[in-house]
Write a protein that binds this ligand. Structure first.
Ligand code: CUA
Length: 384
């Protein structure tokens, strides 16, 4: 079948427009050729310059090859080209030429290494990033805020990520912002010596949602250790910090903590039960809150403003505002959350969270009924 020219042109246009329009989506694909920070721009310009050098080399080699093929093609049975064994000029040429190419690549590479390792400015936002099998913890010491799997950053403010691992080596990588850089277990050092963390400095230059993931094999669910970087305006970022403290884990006001309660203590049952429900609160939310606060959930998870102060699993404050679930691998909605609570290891092998029927990490199965799981999900999604 013969295609009409407008048809072909239309397809070509479509081919051009689809990626172009895809770039308009709020969520950026995981790509290294679309830099959105100073760090990523340095890496990208290095990549582009080396790409064009290699294209030049490719062109020279192909033209030379074509010329040789034509000029020295065999013309008869006895035809033999001129023998050039030990030709001094050629030997020097093909030694010095590639050496110069290597030098041309090494110089900008070393410049990029130094540019991306430079000391961070004073006004940088410090975020302590801890890698866990298989999720990300983000702590903002300036604010006392801890979150998981979705790192929020204000646009145009330099950020300084202090990288550490709670178990094995992971690697921070949000391609459009920069990285990769390893998160190592940082052993306790002798007194008076600074711990040797890895650091990553960059300034996000546009707002958006940027995908990233762990870039160092860390076990069964390494490939399921994704994350998002949410770059927002300074005002949006400040509002997020404020809502983190304003959120009491629910719309309901908090009863005062008993004076002798330690963080991490289970809430006495009568207090949990006395917690008044919000005005138009879904009864499932109240039920879910009570289940959550009186189960092993709070041994590991924390919710700001409640007695849940576990610190070994993702902090669930403002959980309902998260876009994704289980370290960036699923959309955060009730059905997915129910699936996750019922069977975490079925979704993410070796996840440390126990399921309804199966233990996880060092924890026994939770034995929640599906109705209870739905109530807990409703509660968690209400954390906004
Ligand atoms: Cu964490 Cu791979």
């Amino acid at each position: 079948m013969k295609r009409s020219l407008p048809g072909v042109a239309g397809r070509a246009l479509l081919l051009f427009l689809v990626p172009l329009l895809a770039a308009c989506a709020e969520e950026y694909p995981q790509s290294t050729i679309n830099p959105q920070s100073d760090f990523a721009a340095i890496i990208h310009s290095l990549y582009v310059s080396i790409f064009w050098w290699t294209m030049l080399i490719l062109a020279v080699v192909w033209v030379a090859l074509a010329w040789v093929l034509v000029k020295y093609r065999r013309k008869s049975e006895n035809d033999q080209p001129k023998q050039i064994r030990g030709h001094l000029g050629l030997e020097i040429g093909w030694t010095v030429g590639p050496a110069l190419i290597v030098v041309a690549i090494v110089i900008p590479t070393i410049q990029a290494v130094f540019a991306t390792q430079r000391p961070i400015s004073e006004d940088a936002l410090l975020v302590e990033v801890t890698g866990h099998r298989f999720w990300w913890e983000f702590h903002y010491p300036e604010y006392g805020v801890t979150t998981a799997n979705e790192i929020r950053l204000p646009v145009d403010r330099p950020v300084s990520l202090r990288l550490e691992s709670a178990d094995v080596i992971h690697s921070f990588w949000v391609p459009v912002l920069g990285g990769k850089r390893d998160l190592n277990p940082v052993p306790a050092v002798r007194e008076g010596r600074d711990k040797k963390y890895n650091w990553l400095y960059f300034t996000p230059e546009v707002t958006g949602v940027f995908m990233g993931q762990c870039a160092e094999f860390c076990g069964e669910s390494h490939a399921l250790m994704a994350k998002r970087a949410i770059v927002e305006t300074e005002a949006e970022f400040e509002a997020w910090i404020a809502s983190w403290f304003a959120s009491e884990g629910a719309a309901a006001p908090e009863p005062p903590e008993p004076a002798d309660a330690e963080p991490g203590d289970a809430l006495p049952e009568e207090v949990a039960e006395a917690r008044p429900a919000g005005q138009d609160e879904d009864p499932r939310i109240a039920q879910g809150r009570e289940l959550f606060m009186n189960s092993t959930c709070i041994a590991c998870h924390a919710v700001q403003g409640t007695s849940a102060q576990g610190a070994i699993a993702p902090n669930l404050t403002l959980f309902g505002t998260r876009r994704t679930l289980a370290s960036g691998i699923m959309e955060n909605n009730e059905d997915n959350l129910v699936r996750w609570i019922i069977d975490p290891q079925g979704i993410k092998p070796a996840a440390a969270m126990p399921g309804v029927d199966y233990p996880g990490g060092n924890w026994p199965a939770t034995n929640f009924s599906e109705e209870e799981v739905r109530a807990i999900s409703a509660y968690l999604l209400s954390l906004k």
